[in-house]
Write a protein that binds this ligand. Structure first.
Ligand SMILES: [Zn+2]
Length: 504
């Protein structure tokens, strides 16, 4: 349940602090530390020789031949990179043009994956991170293989290894492309099938090239093993680190678990925040013993309600509320149903709520004028007025429209032709009850269901002047239920952490 954009327009990023995406580049491989050390020693030893080379050839001329290559030849090499052959049959004439192009393709694919999985890395652009990861791992792993060759008395020119490892990354690009196109969310089988059919042959070929000069069978096997392991570890890291696929549960709570030390004091005295004690929720007892069952609509396994069919599960308790006006939710397809708090509104007020999946949106310009003039969008734009002002000048609100999306998507959503001409209204300042520091969104970023709740409340209290006595508090029933769950998980996590610390 991500806080969305409601509230202040100060921040336009969505942060998913993901444990396996935070330190991109520095946690790729724990052995890099040692390898870097080794590499440094090797470097110092060889630096004099390298200096001599540079002095005699000049920097550019040394590299020129490696980029001067026929495109047809590059194509052949790309295809060959999938076919393992006997070391004696492999002729390596290294170029760096092909590998550079492959790495750039890889950067583009990772960027695509990062954007779709919603990762934002602090203190660095997406582009920089992807570049750093791809070029860094190419050069580092090649360096490590070169050192391994040297140590096992199978010396190879560094450029040969750099080039052939670069070409072997074609298979990784292919796997990244196919998984980002066809990945079904919870199934890693597809990835492993691709891994076996493309990456393993190309890793094997890589291994055979690396061990080319070795004479001892034991050393050969060791080198092949190292090459294959490095190759496969990289693709597994890229897949699981960047193409985030979380289990259903983690989708709900995974990114809300946080270390207590990271929690900063919040200073926001002027903003009201709803706590569970201030609302009258129905009891959670009736759903305590719920177990998963099959949804009659889509046959998926669900516990409380089906977020895809947007109906409660048969026989499962859910509160029902009467809202002071109708609610339309326009959902961005990138907002996962399982995480969307807006859908709670449909569950607890099914008759008064409509959900549209963008871009398949109701055309409000086709509504009667009376209806159109009494419909508002909750959106803090420059032309937005307060709920109170709207009611004072234009009369009662018939329907509110909320956009269920993040700041990333709101620009596009706002331009939807069907919703043009509707009056924008903004809310007063609130703080989300679900705020977590690592989200790095302002604490005013409300979950969509909170935004719905507050706007209806403002409408009733300030617009209609009717005292609010908790009539639709149960709008937040599932929201607080999720919060309980997350808080529980967090306590568990902290306890575990504490125990670990005590052991040390
Ligand atoms: Zn269903």
């Amino acid at each position: 349940m991500e806080p969305t954009y409601y509230g202040h327009e100060t921040e336009n990023t969505r942060q998913r602090s993901n444990s396996n995406a935070g330190g991109v580049g520095d946690e790729q491989n724990p052995q890099f530390g040692m390898q870097a050390q080794l590499g440094k020693m090797m470097w110092e030893a060889g630096s004099k020789q390298v200096q001599d080379t540079f002095q005699s050839y000049g920097r550019i001329d040394l590299f020129r031949p490696y980029f001067d290559v026929d495109p047809a030849e590059v194509r052949t090499r790309l295809i060959r990179s999938f076919i393992p052959r006997k070391p004696a049959q492999i002729q390596v004439s290294p170029d760096l043009y092909g590998p550079s192009m492959i790495i750039l393709t890889m950067v583009a694919l990772l960027l695509y994956n990062m954007k779709t999985s919603g990762i934002i890395i602090q203190n660095g652009t997406l582009m920089g991170t992807a570049m750093f990861t791809c070029f860094g791992s190419w050069i580092l792993i090649s360096g490590a293989l070169w050192v391994a060759c040297f140590l096992l008395a199978a010396e190879q020119p560094f450029l040969t290894i750099l080039s052939s490892f670069g070409y072997s990354l074609t298979s990784q690009c292919l796997v990244l492309l196919l998984t980002s196109l066809f990945h079904s969310s919870h199934d890693h089988l597809f990835f492993f099938v691709l891994l076996a059919s493309f990456c393993i042959p190309s890793a094997l070929r890589m291994g055979l090239i690396v061990c080319n000069q070795s004479r001892l069978p034991a050393n050969r096997i060791m080198l092949i093993g190292i090459a294959i392991a490095a190759h496969l570890l990289l693709i597994i890291y890229l897949h699981f680190g960047f193409h985030v696929v979380l289990e259903e549960l983690d989708e709900m709570v995974g990114d809300a678990i946080v270390d207590v030390n990271a929690i900063k004091e919040t200073r926001s005295t002027h903003m009201s925040v709803i706590s569970e004690h201030q609302v009258q929720l129905s009891s959670f007892d009736p759903i305590e013993k719920c177990v998963k069952s099959t949804c009659p609509g889509c046959k998926s396994s669900r516990k409380y309600f089906c977020y895809d069919c947007r109906t409660p599960m048969p026989g499962v308790f859910t509160p029902n509320v009467k809202l002071p006006c109708l609610v339309d939710i326009i959902k961005h397809p990138m907002e996962k149903n399982s995480k969307s708090s807006a859908l709670h509104c449909k569950i607890v007020a099914p008759d008064q709520t409509r959900v549209f999946d963008y871009p398949d949106v109701h055309d409000y310009s086709q509504d009667s004028e009376e209806e159109r003039l009494s419909t508002v969008i909750i959106f803090p734009s420059k032309s937005a007025i307060s709920v109170e002002e709207f009611v004072r000048t234009r009369g009662p609100i018939r329907r509110i429209v909320v956009l269920d999306c993040t700041w990333f998507q709101v620009g596009v959503m706002q331009k939807t032709p069907q919703i043009q001409g509707l009056q924008h209204v903004c809310l007063q300042s609130y703080r989300t009850a679900f705020w977590r520091p690592q989200h790095n969104v302002p604490e005013t970023g409300l979950a969509t269901i909170e935004a719905i709740y507050y706007s209806l409340r403002e409408y009733q209290e300030l617009g209609l002047g009717t005292k609010y006595t908790g009539e639709f508090d149960d709008l937040l029933y599932w929201f607080f239920h999720t919060k309980h769950f997350v808080d529980g998980k967090q306590l568990e996590y902290l306890k575990r952490k504490e125990e670990e610390n005590e052991k040390k």
